[in-house]
Design a protein around this ligand. Structure first.
Ligand SMILES: [Zn+2]
Ligand SMILES: [Zn+2]
Length: 291
């Protein structure tokens, strides 16, 4: 078997350029998530991606988690709280939902969380959202990520997009401050051809100028790459000015794509650009343990 190799990704350049050049176009700066459908769609997408995939067991596990998240996110709260306080309640509810549904290693990982120590849980959450997880955190981190996503997505879904300011060069989420999972090039709507960065925590999407590197703002040394022979919507945008890379997902190639699911499923591309010396801009809360 030959090693996968880079191939230039030229199929989206024209569409993107055309969209960026339309005079007078002012895209919505922010698109807020719909907590009632987001997690269900993710579970469905993961189940379509899993069969035959090298990470199929992991994709199936995240699908199971997404279904439990859906049950929480779609239900109204009796006593709303800030996401910083609410997420631990959501973690309790996730445990109740998942109990009995998980394979043994995952069930043990769930039980291993410091359930009675709010400070320890908040510490774990802080390390997760800043990309500083410790080796001992890894097995339980997906459940913490799952609860944080529910609390923050519910919060973001209750905001008004017009109240949120997001400059078109923002690198972090204008709602929660989180890192983007990936950029999505949208298709078939009023935002067709435009790039939005998608938060991996609260699932807010914010418009980002397509002509500039998300990390350094440089526009002249950007490349688009894919893995030779790999199907699907994922491309890697690499910047030779700062040495970083960000996943780009093309909705045109997969109208049902989900940034978290499709980023996980295209992990081979991250490995390849990582081997090429590029540092990731994006962060997927379910990737740390996937390998
Ligand atoms: Zn966010
Ligand atoms: Zn750059």
């Amino acid at each position: 078997m030959t090693q996968p190799a880079f191939a230039p990704a030229t199929d989206i350049a024209d569409a993107i350029t055309a969209a960026g050049l339309q005079p007078g176009r002012s895209p919505a700066p922010v698109r807020l998530p719909d907590p009632a459908i987001l997690f269900r769609r993710r579970a469905d997408r993961l189940r379509r991606l899993a069969p035959g995939h090298p990470l199929s067991a992991w994709l199936e596990f995240v699908a199971l988690l997404s279904e439990a998240q859906h049950a929480l996110a779609a239900a109204p709260l009796s006593a709303p709280a800030t996401p910083e306080a609410q997420w631990r309640r959501d973690l309790d509810s996730l445990r109740d939902r998942l109990r009995g549904a998980l394979p043994t290693p995952a069930a043990e990982a769930l039980d291993s969380l410091p359930w009675t120590d709010a400070d320890a849980l908040d510490g774990l959450a802080a390390r997760l959202t800043t990309g500083t997880l410790l080796p001992d955190d890894l097995t339980a981190a997906p459940f913490v990520a799952g609860a944080l996503q529910v609390a923050w997505t519910r919060h973001a879904g209750g905001l008004k997009a017009s109240d949120i300011a997001a400059p078109a060069t923002a690198v972090t989420c204008p709602v929660c401050g989180g890192a983007p999972v990936a950029g999505v090039i949208h298709a078939g709507s009023d935002v067709s051809g435009l790039r939005y960065l998608h938060c991996g925590l609260c699932h807010t999407a914010w418009h980002h100028v397509r002509s500039a590197c998300v990390a350094c703002g440089e526009g002249n040394r950007i490349g688009l790459r894919t893995v030779e022979g790999m199907d699907g919507p994922a491309r890697a945008e690499t910047c030779d000015a700062c040495g970083s890379h960000l996943k780009l997902l093309l909705a045109e190639k997969a109208p049902d794509l989900d940034p978290i699911a499709d980023d996980l499923a295209s992990f081979a591309l991250d490995v390849l650009v990582g081997d090429g010396g590029y540092a990731p801009i994006g962060r997927n809360p379910f990737l740390a343990q996937a390998g």
